[in-house]
Structure formats: C-alpha cells, structure tokens
Design a protein around this ligand. Structure first.
Ligand code: NDP
Length: 234
C-alpha cells in the first residue's frame, strides 16, 4: 500500500495498521528526515514527495513499484488547513489548501490507477472530512477541497469499478492529532459538546476504517463517517 503524509497523525496510524496486517507500506512525505516508520525496514519505506508536484508523485510511485510491485491500496491522507474567515481568506490560503488536499490527491489517484488497472484490483481511499458535508466556519477553503474529493472518488468508482477497483472517502470528525491540537480550547470544547459519542476520535479509529475499506470489495463510491455521529451519517 501507498500512503501520503504517513509520518504523523492519522497517516502514521494507518501505515502502522496496514504494516501490522502484513502489507508492504510506502509512505510519501515531504521530508524523509521526519521518517518514523511503522516497523523495522523490511516491508516499509518512506519516499520524499510533495503531493502538489505530479513529478514527485510519479517518481515516488515508481520507487514503490520497483521495491514492492504494483500498488493495490492507496490512502491519500496528506492534508493541510489554513482556517480564516472568508472575508480575510487570501487567494494563497485557498490555493494552498486546494493544491494539497484536492490536486495532490488527484495526482496520487491518477498514478495509482495505472498500477491497479494492471492488477485488475485496487482500493482508493481518500481522507475527506465531516465539514465537507456540514460546513465549517472559517473553513471555506478546507471544506470545499474535501467536498471535491467525494466527486473524485465517485468518478473513480464509476470509471474503474469494472476493473475491480473501489474508491471511497473516509470522513473523520474531530480526531486528536497535531492538526486539531492547534485549535483554540474554546473551539475544541464547542466541537466536543456536539459529538454524540462524547469524545474526540483517535487515529486508531480512522485506521480501522481504512483497513475495512481496503478489504471491502463491494463497498465503493461511499462516504464512511468516522466522527462519533457529529455529522449524523452525512
Ligand atoms: P497532520 O497535520 O497531523 O498530518 C498531515 C500530514 O500530511 C503530515 O504528515 C504532513 O507532512 C503531510 N503533508 C502535508 N502537506 C503535504 C504535501 N504537500 N506533500 C506530502 N505530504 C504532506 O494531519 P492529520 O493526521 O490530522 O490529518 C490527516 C488527514 O485527515 C488530512 O487530510 C486531514 O485533512 C484529514 N482530517 C483530519 C481530521 C482531524 O480531526 N485530525 C478531521 C477530518 C479530516 P509534514 O509532516 O511534512 O507536514
């Protein structure tokens, strides 16, 4: 499997889960120096790639395929936030978020599809967000980029379904990582009060969903919420 942004947070937990399940794991990250792999080297590696560069992505997939063979599972996890109220949101804030979250995912899906079509099987898993469905104040750029992933996944499900390839979106709610640790305490408390499960999610909650989708061969074009019912199924 190939995962982007796997050196920390949700990506790291997903990489570990697949590694423990016996998969070969290639992590694509901006910095190889930040490598904190899921195991002891035999079945995983980190390859430097900024997902906003299609050349980086293509080269990294070549490295992955050379070592581990055709890619069967892609988890497009790399993502960024640049929260601002819309009247203060710059062109750059919008473009930077779109470039990583949407365009970067597209580059990875396009390249992974080549491997998967050859294998006649594959699972594409995109990291969306609950705010794609319920909106997020100060998150116009982020919510829009995550909502677009639904259209991407569903188009892949339609186009490549006949080739044995599934494509789904995981929509996490509030998961405890660096990304959410950066939020002000008041915002965290407000989210918590709205989560029926009464707790924030863990990275392992999301990793379990990714493992499930990789193996669920008749689940495609779906959005799988991992949000303690924050979005009530949306
Ligand atoms: P983190 O901020 O903890 O980690 C993000 C990862 O993405 C890092 O490894 C980062 O690398 C990598 N990354 C960022 N930009 C690039 C890039 N241009 N090229 C390659 N890698 C890049 O995020 P989370 O673990 O919290 O989130 C993971 C995914 O889940 C994201 O897509 C996020 O939007 C989504 N999500 C998270 C939620 C949450 O509550 N945490 C809720 C809903 C969705 P580096 O270390 O170099 O910065």
């Amino acid at each position: 499997m190939v995962i982007t942004g796997g050196s920390r947070g949700i990506g790291q937990a997903v990489a570990e889960a697949f590694y423990k399940a016996g998969d070969n794991v290639t992590i694509l990250d901006r910095e190889v120096a930040s490598e904190r792999g899921p195991g002891t080297g035999e079945r995983y590696m980190t390859v430097q790639a900024d997902v906003t560069s299609s050349a980086d992505v293509d080269r990294a997939f070549e490295v992955a395929e050379e070592r581990f063979g055709p890619v069967e599972v892609l988890v497009a996890n790399a993502g960024v936030v640049r929260d601002k109220l819309i009247i203060r949101m710059s062109d750059e804030d919008f473009a930077a978020t779109r470039d990583v979250n949407l365009t970067g995912s597209f580059y990875c899906v396009r390249r992974a599809a080549k491997s998967m079509v050859r294998r006649k099987s594959g699972a594409v898993i995109l990291l969306g967000s609950v705010v794609a469905s319920i909106g997020g104040s100060g998150q116009a750029n982020y919510s829009a980029s995550k909502a677009a992933l639904v259209g991407l996944a569903r188009s892949v499900a339609r186009e490549l379904g006949p080739r044995g390839i599934t494509a789904n979106v995981i929509a996490p709610g509030f998961i405890q990582t660096d990304m959410t640790a950066a939020l002000p305490e008041a915002v965290r408390e407000q989210y918590l009060s709205q989560i029926p499960a009464g707790r924030f999610g863990t990275v392992e909650d999301v990793a379990g969903a990714a493992l499930f989708l990789a193996g669920a061969r008749y689940v495609s074009g779906a959005i799988l919420p991992v949000d303690g019912a924050l979005g009530m199924g949306h």
